[in-house]
Design a protein around this ligand. Structure first.
Ligand SMILES: *Cc1c(COP(=O)(O)O)cnc(C)c1O
Length: 458
């Protein structure tokens, strides 16, 4: 017998209060935060869907690991455990622990980058792009064609356009390529999965040209779920083994443990090539720490080692992907335009379609993010022109390709009733759809402006 209701495959051992608030209070809070939810205090938020990064609830096993953590400076047992787990998963011989994903990115892409270098990805995540561009190099996104069609139910919209990849490497010259980066799942492209078939193709093209192939594996377990259920060849393969087969196709990986390692901080870089690993290790020691802890404490490493096992469990992944889809399917049924099919860690609302009366330079995504907060106390993030927009030489806004809002679901944190509440708030969003106005930026920094920019309502 099988039931329709998705139940969390865990019981709650420790609880954290949520502070309730009224619409009036939230209007004042968002004004104080300059209409940028990144500047809100967490206690002003009821349901926090800002990110799935570092927001996971750890298991009792992980908390036990926290106590076991070996804090020796060099060669700690916790490092041995972490190194063993990562090697077992990736089969890469060189493991560099870092305090989070972007530290691994800064080390690797800082070393490989610089003026004249080109990086190519299905879609670069924001910190990936920032690290590449900061080095002076160029970051080019080549998602597959199906990615742009929001209603197509193509099963692997996270794929890279392999024909374009081949062409681009040819055109730019293999010696100028920093790396090819496959982001699984494709976070910025809607949390959409990448197929094994596509990974094989990318691998083949990289080998043909002799260029480095790196997997941004933040959500490799969630991606494995989609491969098993959508690529018939893998119907009987374990999630962990699917991930292992994927790693076997690349030359290394960059990981933010704050995602699929089910911890609150951490990351790593894992590489096949000794020479590259040695160069990166030199940088690791300068900015992160000694080779057997990098930017991490022993207890962090212990929790990551355990999380990397737990995340591939059948019951966990089944609940994880189905509860994300539940939210997406329900709001879609209300007429909310969402990226479809629903991805792994988040539901992406197309605010450009939701608010066709708000032009890109008035930030429809930011408008939705402010609406979700004031009406329901829900915090989400804009992934559109605020995050990726640029200015041309005349100072006009160059819009991002899509105006998205991401509702990211923290792992093992919210229950079905929390998600039902979010679904209900969308009734209000839809009711006030036509009267919702855009915003303008009054203050912004040079890099990653979405984190700290100030806005005014128009
Ligand atoms: C989160 C993330 C990163 C950066 O990791 P941090 O731990 O936040 O520094 C890189 N790539 C992708 C795809 C991510 O989701």
């Amino acid at each position: 017998m099988s039931f329709k209701t998705i139940i969390e495959p865990f019981r709650i051992k420790s609880v954290e209060p949520i502070h309730m608030s009224t619409v009036e209070q939230r209007l004042a809070y968002i004004q104080e935060a300059h209409f940028n939810p990144f500047l809100l205090r967490a206690r002003q938020v009821i349901i926090d869907l800002l990110t799935d990064s570092g927001t996971s609830a750890m298991s009792s096993e992980q908390w036990a690991g926290i106590l076991r953590g070996d804090e020796s400076y060099a060669g700690a047992q916790s490092w041995e455990r972490l190194e063993y787990e990562i090697k077992d998963l990736t089969n890469y011989p060189y493991i560099l622990p870092t305090h989070q994903g972007r530290a691994a990115e800064r080390i690797l892409y800082g070393y490989l980058g610089g003026k004249g270098k080109v990086f190519i990805s299905n879609t670069h995540f924001d910190t990936t792009r920032a690290n590449i561009e900061f080095s002076g190099a160029e970051a080019i996104d080549i998602p597959c064609r199906e990615a742009a069609d929001h209603d197509s139910d193509f099963p692997f919209k996270g794929n890279m356009d392999v024909a374009k990849l081949d062409e681009l490497i040819e055109k730019r010259g293999a010696v100028n390529i920093g790396a090819i980066i496959l982001t699984v799942t494709n976070n910025t492209g809607g949390g959409q999965p990448v197929s094994m078939a596509n990974t094989r193709e990318v691998s083949r093209v990289c080998k043909k040209h002799g260029v480095l192939f790196i997997i941004d594996c933040c959500r490799v377990a969630e991606n494995a779920y989609f491969i098993r259920h959508r690529e018939p060849e893998f119907a009987d393969t374990s999630y962990r083994n699917i991930a292992q087969q994927m790693f076997a196709l690349a030359d290394g990986c960059v990981m933010s443990a704050k995602k699929d390692a089910l911890v609150n901080i951490g990351g790593f870089l894992a590489l096949k090539n000794e020479e590259l690993a040695t160069a990166c290790t030199n940088l690791l020691i300068i900015t992160e720490g000694f080779t057997t802890y990098g930017g991490l404490s022993g207890r962090d490493m212990e929790a990551i080692a355990i999380g990397l096992r737990e995340v591939f469990e059948d019951d966990y992944l089944n609940y994880r992907i189905k509860s994300t889809a539940y939210l997406g399917e329900r709001i879609r049924a209300k007429g909310v335009p969402v990226l479809y099919p629903i991805g792994g860690h988040a539901v992406y609302v197309d605010a450009g379609l939701l608010y066709p009366h708000i032009p890109a330079h008035e930030f429809p995504g930011q408008a939705l993010v402010c609406e979700l907060y004031t009406r329901g106390g829900i915090r989400a993030v804009e992934i559109g022109t605020v995050m990726f927009g640029k200015y041309d030489e005349a100072g006009h806004t160059v819009a991002a390709p899509m105006e998205l809002v991401r509702l990211a679901i923290p792992r093992r944190v919210y229950t079905q009733s929390h998600i039902d509440y979010v679904i209900e708030v969308f009734d209000e969003i839809m009711k006030h759809r036509n009267e919702t106005r855009g915003l303008r930026i009054v203050k912004e920094p040079k890099f990653l402006r979405h984190f700290t920019a100030h806005f005014e309502r128009l």
